[in-house]
Design a protein around this ligand. Structure first.
Ligand SMILES: *Cc1c(COP(=O)(O)O)cnc(C)c1O
Length: 425
């Protein structure tokens, strides 16, 4: 039986049998016991399904991964220790030395660095394209050795909306998958797989956990990309893996499970960036209310964005829920029920004006975080980007006056009052 997404937030992924714990149990054990060495040997050969060591798989993590797969409409999922690990492993599962990635230029700074610096050192090249580039520019970015296209549903921190259908069509014309980081929208507001994305990633650290309690990430596979139809591009999935006695992932596990089984059996085995079972347990508590929290984040952010847009001490507001926004139409198409709770805006008076505004806030806290229950703000010019000059800040798209506001789920009037008194003080 299949349920609506609200029911899946609460119940998917774990169905206890008679007498078993009602709540997902924390299986805090590194290892699992078997009656015979033969039984365990089958697990090592990927001949049987089961648990033997929590670096590869753990039941608590698997319950939570299965829930997120259901939320995104995917066929399989794997939890990771952080969002960074999710994006790295998703990419590295199909790219190796000599390969090439096409990525939106508007992505999280950590992912930009991962692609442009760290993966480059591994011999994997990237070409960045603006999310609103022309069709020709997008087409020109592809090479013979391109293995994937990457973008964020709503980019952090620039808040651009990706035209998922357009990027998916371009990827598929070149026989490669589209990977979408859906952290800011969450499956409550957008399900990229329904628009043609093949693989979805998250920093579960943000709205999915929602309480700023646990770092985590997840990779969800749609199970729809036909690796065998482009077998020459993806030998890791379509030719024998000698470390498992010649298993061919697409043959043995089918399109629905091949990508995640390879990511687990090879990459988790070798990189070990697992999510701890206790963290997965806490992530699940967040997931149980995701569908209740997201509409509140969006409603509060919409009210804050509308108030800021009219305020005389604010020079500009960037929020795709505003009709004046460049991405309003795309946001309405992909996220008709709301986008996210993150807004950026400029305070009059440049770096000093922004700095004075920040120090006057009482409810909104100054933290390096976004997308949790508590309203928070960050002024990149005096924190994360403080080594840059004003000119460099403008070039990087984070002007000296830019404030990033992550609107929480407190009472909306309290949030607005705090912003107003800090702007007017
Ligand atoms: C935070 C973030 C990441 C990185 O996630 P961590 O959990 O901090 O490693 C990746 N992508 C997006 C869109 C993010 O907001």
């Amino acid at each position: 039986m299949s349920y609506q997404i609200e029911t899946d937030c609460v119940q998917a992924g774990y169905s206890p049998r008679s007498g078993e714990p009602r709540v997902i149990p924390i299986i805090q054990s590194t290892t699992f016991k078997y009656d015979t060495g033969e039984d365990m040997g089958k697990l090592f050969d990927l001949e049987a399904e089961g648990y033997f060591y929590s670096r590869l798989q753990n039941p608590t993590c698997d319950y939570v991964a299965a829930k997120i797969a259901a939320l995104e409409g995917g066929s399989a999922a794997m939890l990771t220790g952080s969002g960074q690990a999710a994006n790295f492993l998703a990419a590295f599962n199909i790219c190796s030395c000599g390969d090439h990635i096409v990525s939106s230029s508007q992505i999280y700074g950590g992912t930009y660095n991962l692609f442009a610096v760290t993966m480059k050192r591994m011999g994997i090249d990237v070409t960045f394209v603006a999310p609103d580039c022309t069709d020709e520019e997008l087409e020109d970015a592809f090479r013979e050795n391109t293995k994937m296209v990457f973008g964020e549903t709503i980019s952090n921190p620039s808040l651009c909306v990706l035209d998922i259908e357009r990027f998916a069509a371009a990827a598929h014309r070149h026989g490669v998958p589209l990977i979408v980081d859906n952290t800011f929208a969450t499956p409550i507001n957008c399900r990229p797989i329904e628009w043609g994305a093949d693989i979805v990633t998250h920093s579960t650290t943000k709205y999915m956990d929602g309480h700023a309690a646990t770092l985590g990430g997840v990779i969800v596979d749609s199970g729809k990309f036909d690796w065998d139809a482009h077998a020459d591009k993806f030998p890791g999935l379509t030719t024998p893996d000698e470390s498992y006695h010649g298993v061919v992932y697409t043959k043995k596990f089918g399109l629905e499970k091949a990508f995640i089984t390879k990511a687990t059996a090879q990459l988790m085995r070798d990189f070990g960036s697992v999510q701890a079972p206790v963290n997965a347990y806490m992530l699940n508590l967040g997931l149980e209310s995701l569908h209740v929290r997201m509409p509140r984040h969006c409603a509060n952010a919409q009210a804050a964005a509308e108030m800021l847009e009219k305020h005389p001490n604010v020079s500009w507001v960037n929020y795709c829920g505003l009709e004046s926004n460049k991405y309003y139409a795309l946001a309405k198409k992909y996220m008709p029920n709301g986008s996210c709770g993150v807004i950026s805006f400029g305070v009059k008076g440049g770096k000093e004006g922004a700095s004075r505004f920040m120090s006057r806030l009482k409810l909104a806290a100054i933290v390096t975080h976004v997308a949790d229950a508590r309203t928070c703000v960050l002024h990149p010019a005096t924190t994360t980007h403080r080594q840059m000059s004003d000119a460099e800040l403008v070039a990087a798209g984070v002007g000296p006056d830019l404030i990033r506001l992550s609107v929480g789920i407190e009472n909306v009037e309290d949030i607005l009052a705090d912003l107003r008194q800090a702007l007017e003080g």
